[in-house]
Design a protein around this ligand. Structure first.
Ligand code: 6R9
Length: 648
């Protein structure tokens, strides 16, 4: 049922925070967590009203805290704020203004630090640049960048002028850029001449050039000089970032925008069709990311925080840019790969920058485990005080290794369950309050009401598997799918009446801890990245040699899930390794390297029921090398199964 590593334990071990950590934590006891949680769910409006006043800076107070007409939520209705002002301007004139907001380290080792004051100058200038290019409130801007300060500046500048950004992960292909830019009709693309990855140049500008010839709405491409290589610039359309910035004024007055004005669209894979544009708005989203950063990471302005996620994913939006800067902490960003020039690169960064909070994905943790402890022991990691995990379930073995080897046994680990759609963390353990159970994400965050349902919409008993749902609205929830109201309702609100279904399987143990089992829809979680099987299938059948394709996940120790494809070729195309390689590369070109199949198996036909449905469960078992116990009597052609098994 699941594509992920999951724990067999129901109740698990308990690991409590140390007395020293507890003493300094924002929430210090389970009793305090329980009190705050109870307040947040018995009277959510009162709770969020107070939090929003305390944690954010508003230009105009709201009239109503929540307006809920399922499935449409509006938070802080009538209130006005500027998201960028909350993340940047409000730290000016305080002791924070001269401390580092961003510490950037490039893969080749170059570094750049921007204090809050300097970040403010850059953001104001780029806001002026965008306005001079004709960008207005509500216009869409695509950002296809390496992890550099300019990427964060572009997001904040977009927020500052009320534009809507859509960040496209730098590992995606031209085809993916084109689809996203056209779907949201972006006016501007912000990119770079390239980015560094494992010592090679990622040809970002070249990919954009290829994409935008098919994007009629794009008027300008702004190009950051990162590498200094020669790139082709189209006169009249393409402009250098540094030229525009040189001439731009550093004075920019931020306007106030409605709490519900759109902040960004982020495309994510679903179980059907093309990626969906998840839409987030301003006040509620900033509220959710600010409060979770403060409580879950126990974030203080004295912290040097490092989240290894790329801004191309939701984690990079919520916990690199918005939630962290809004709290005035120091934020480390790193451009490149974890194993360049060597497998200890991350620990070298932690040591040199004295990182105190470190947030990464289980797939990375498992890779470090494999590479060996000796690379870690070389470094002084004593600055760390808290560790986080996100993106997929963390297996208890990896959890314990992370706790001992990286955290020196002293750092609490927060395993954080959430999604692109939820905007911010939903299930976790507050680090000074609750014990952790390795393998369980933990307890609901304030205002979050998760339940585990069976297929009929009844709550299952504790300890039993079911589907994870969220039964009441929360501030950071998506407001819809861009331009597709119907799909929003169908995707999230139609499995059960009146509740949000997230696509994950889950059980809750008798202590109330939630154990996420993984996706139960046709979405794979590959190294913490969401890939729709339908997307990979559509890429494969888009190749001239392919007649039919079915894609499933196979549990993988390192990546969580591996992509396994079953393919039938067209008449006259011979099965060969060369075709396999060609198909792998083809998927890489259509979607991006993250989606490249791990395995391709050929067959004369795919196993189907007599009514013509591909038997996916059977394919999953074949991919996993399991014996087939399922009823195959409905199968049209039993020979096919054998053929596919033989290629394992
Ligand atoms: C933030 C992010 C969302 C899916 C989600 C679930 C899986 C994320 C998890 C986790 C178990 C955790 N997931 N965090 N599963 N434990 N701590 O990853 O967003 O890319 O949208 O993925 O990732 O399956 O439904 P997104």
């Amino acid at each position: 049922m699941s594509d992920k590593t999951s724990s067999s334990a129901t109740d698990g071990e308990r690991v409590s925070p140390s007395p020293e950590f507890r003493k300094q934590a924002t929430v210090k006891s389970m009793a305090e967590y329980k009190r705050l949680y109870a307040e947040s769910v018995t009277n959510p409006e009162k709770f969020w009203n107070a939090q929003a006043k305390e944690l954010l800076q508003w230009r105009k107070p709201w009239k109503k805290t929540l307006e809920w007409k399922e499935p449409q939520a509006k938070w802080f209705v009538g209130g006005k704020l500027n998201v960028c002002e909350n993340c940047v301007d409000r730290h000016l004139g305080t002791p924070r203004e001269n401390k580092a907001a961003l510490i950037f380290e490039g893969e080749p080792g170059d570094q750049q630090t921007l204090t809050y004051k300097q970040l403010h100058v850059e953001v104001c200038k780029f806001a002026n640049v965008l306005e001079s290019l004709g960008v207005k409130k509500g216009d869409r801007i695509a950002i296809y960048m390496p992890m550099t300060c300019e990427a964060v500046v572009a997001m904040l500048a977009s927020a500052r002028i009320g534009a809507v950004h859509t960040v496209i992960f730098g590992g995606f292909s031209s085809e993916s850029i084109k689809d996203r830019v056209n779907d949201c009709q972006a006016k501007i693309v912000v990119t770079a001449d390239g980015g560094w990855r494992r010592g090679s140049v990622v040809p970002l500008k070249q990919n954009v050039n290829k994409a935008v010839t098919g994007c009629p709405t794009v008027t300008n491409v702004v190009v950051v000089k990162r590498i200094g290589n020669r790139v082709s610039m189209k006169p009249g359309r393409d402009v250098w970032y540094h030229t525009l910035m040189h001439d731009a004024s550093h004075k920019h007055t931020a306007k106030a925008f409605d709490a519900e004005s759109p902040l960004f669209i982020l495309y994510t894979s679903g179980s059907t069709g093309k990626p969906k544009g998840v839409l987030h708005t301003s006040g509620g989203y900033l509220m959710h990311t600010t409060i979770t950063s403060k409580y879950v990471f126990d974030l203080k302005e004295s912290d040097t925080y490092w989240c290894t996620a790329d801004i191309g994913w939701i984690t990079g939006h919520s916990y690199v840019t918005y939630g962290i800067l809004s709290n005035g902490a120091t934020n480390v960003i790193y451009e490149g790969a974890p194993n360049f020039p060597d497998v200890d690169r991350f620990w070298d960064i932690v040591e040199r920058h004295r990182v105190t909070i470190f947030y990464t994905a289980p797939t990375a943790i498992r890779a470090f485990m494999k590479w060996g402890d000796k690379h870690i022991k070389k470094h002084d990691l004593s600055s760390l005080r808290l560790l986080g995990s996100v993106g997929e379930p963390i297996n208890p073995e990896a959890w314990k290794w992370y706790h001992k080897t990286i955290g020196g046994g002293r750092c609490p680990i927060v395993d954080t369950w959430w999604q692109t759609e939820t905007g911010g963390i939903m299930i976790t353990t507050l680090p000074g309050a609750a014990y952790s159970k390795p393998g369980s994400a933990g307890l609901p965050f304030f205002g979050v009401v998760p339940k585990v349902f069976d297929d009929d919409g009844n709550e299952v008993r504790k300890g039993k598997n079911g589907k994870l749902v969220l039964t009441s609205p929360w501030p950071g929830m998506l407001r819809g799918l861009y331009g597709d109201k119907k799909r929003y309702k169908e995707t999230y609100w139609s499995e059960y009446k009146g509740v949000y279904f997230c696509g994950d399987g889950c059980k809750q143990d008798k202590d109330g801890y939630f154990w996420i089992v993984g996706r139960i829809d046709d979405v794979l979680n590959v190294s913490g990245h969401r890939i729709g099987t339908a997307e990979v299938e559509s890429a494969l059948v888009g190749h001239s040699g392919v007649a039919e394709a079915a894609v499933v996940g196979r549990p993988d120790e390192l990546k969580g899930s591996a992509v396994v494809c079953f393919v039938t070729l067209k008449e006259g195309v011979r099965q060969s390794d060369a075709v396999r390689t060609e198909l792998r590369n083809h998927v890489g070109e259509v979607i991006g390297a993250v989606a490249k199949p791990d395995e391709i198996r050929f067959a004369q036909a795919l196993p189907k029921t007599r009514s013509g449905k591909i038997m996916r469960r059977l394919l999953k078992d074949i991919a996993a090398g399991k014996e087939i116990h399922q009823d195959t009597t409905t199968l049209e052609d039993i020979k096919v199964v054998k053929q596919l098994q033989e290629q394992g």
